[in-house]
Design a protein around this ligand. Structure first.
Ligand code: MEV
Length: 301
């Protein structure tokens, strides 16, 4: 049996703007999805959702990965089992993590010798097949780990502060939110265009600040980024309430992470303030995950 794991991720800057070619900064976080694979006579995929064969309703990403390996290898049967610490559909990269961990596990089992770049590229193609459209961000960051600037694929220094995530547990469709931003951009191109390019500029400024470990300034920029995400219509009252709770209890900064409209927010905080920030988000009604940045991308365990 082979076990592979891959991390989740948060956006420090740049979601939505990255869809328009603007830079974003993403950070792999130390919550992981583990995929075990073992030779078998037929294909079975097991997770908390149940046990299936190739099944695009229950296990779309893993099914697409299996079909991919059937094209490039002699794969006929395999038993795949998934366990995840990453909340599903919440903007923390759960689909990228399960996709990338499955690709790496099948690669190791079948000896297809994929380079990490191939793993990330295959993962992106699988996400595009299942979601219709997806940026390369999630699949690249969860393959490589660390703090990464996209689309440049530039590695930045690992951030050394607390990361506190607040989950609204409100489902939001990335596809719909991306479409809403596109519609707003078509209606008001002279207004929304500069907002998106301003978000991109935050990533450029953020790069230097992350590498200088100036988390006070990183936090200030995250707060500005949050204001602009609200401006393009991807906020909601719960996300606002959690971000203010985090800021008022000593976080450096807080913002939505991912598509918004629900899902999660992220705060960065001095290590000694993490418990207070976590408690404040919980009191505001959020499900809290306290984590840290990780430079460990996909790996065989
Ligand atoms: C979703 O996690 C992030 C978006 O920028 C979409 C994408 O990058 O594919 C909203």
């Amino acid at each position: 049996m082979i076990i592979c794991s891959a991390p989740g991720k948060v956006y420090l800057f740049g979601e939505h703007a990255v869809v328009y070619g603007e830079p974003a900064i993403c950070c792999a976080v130390d919550i992981r999805t583990r995929v075990s694979v073992a030779p078998a006579d037929s294909i079975t995929i097991s997770s908390s959702l149940g046990t299936t064969g190739i099944d695009f309703e229950t296990h779309p990403y893993v099914s697409a990965v299996v079909e991919r390996f059937q094209d490039i290898s002699s794969l006929e049967g395999v038993s795949i089992s998934i366990e995840s610490e990453i909340p599903v559909g919440s903007g923390l990269g759960s689909s990228a993590a399960v996709t990338i961990a499955t690709i790496k596990a099948l690669d190791a089992l079948l000896g297809t010798d994929l380079e990490l770049d191939d793993v990330a590229r295959t993962g992106h193609e699988v996400e595009q097949r299942i979601q219709g459209a997806a940026s390369q961000t999630d699949t690249y960051v969860c393959t490589m780990g660390g703090v990464v600037m996209i689309p440049q694929r530039k590695g930045l220094d690992l951030i050394d502060c607390g990361i506190v995530i607040g989950n609204t547990n409100i489902f939001s469709s990335t596809k719909e939110l991306v479409a809403n931003v596109a519609e707003l951009n078509e209606s008001f191109p002279d207004v929304i265009g500069p907002v998106l390019s301003s978000i991109g500029k935050m990533s450029v400024t953020g790069e230097e600040l992350v590498n200088a470990k100036d988390y006070v300034s990183v936090g200030k920029l995250m707060n500005i980024n949050q204001g602009l995400l609200d401006a393009i219509g991807v906020g909601c009252s719960e996300l606002s309430s959690f971000t203010y709770a985090a800021r008022n209890s000593g976080a450096y900064g807080a913002k939505i992470t991912g598509a918004g409209g629900g899902g999660c927010m992220v705060a960065i905080a001095p290590h000694e303030r993490v418990d207070g920030v976590a408690a404040a988000i919980a009191i505001a009604g959020g499900e809290v995950v306290v984590t840290k940045a990780t430079d460990i991308g996909v790996r065989v365990e």
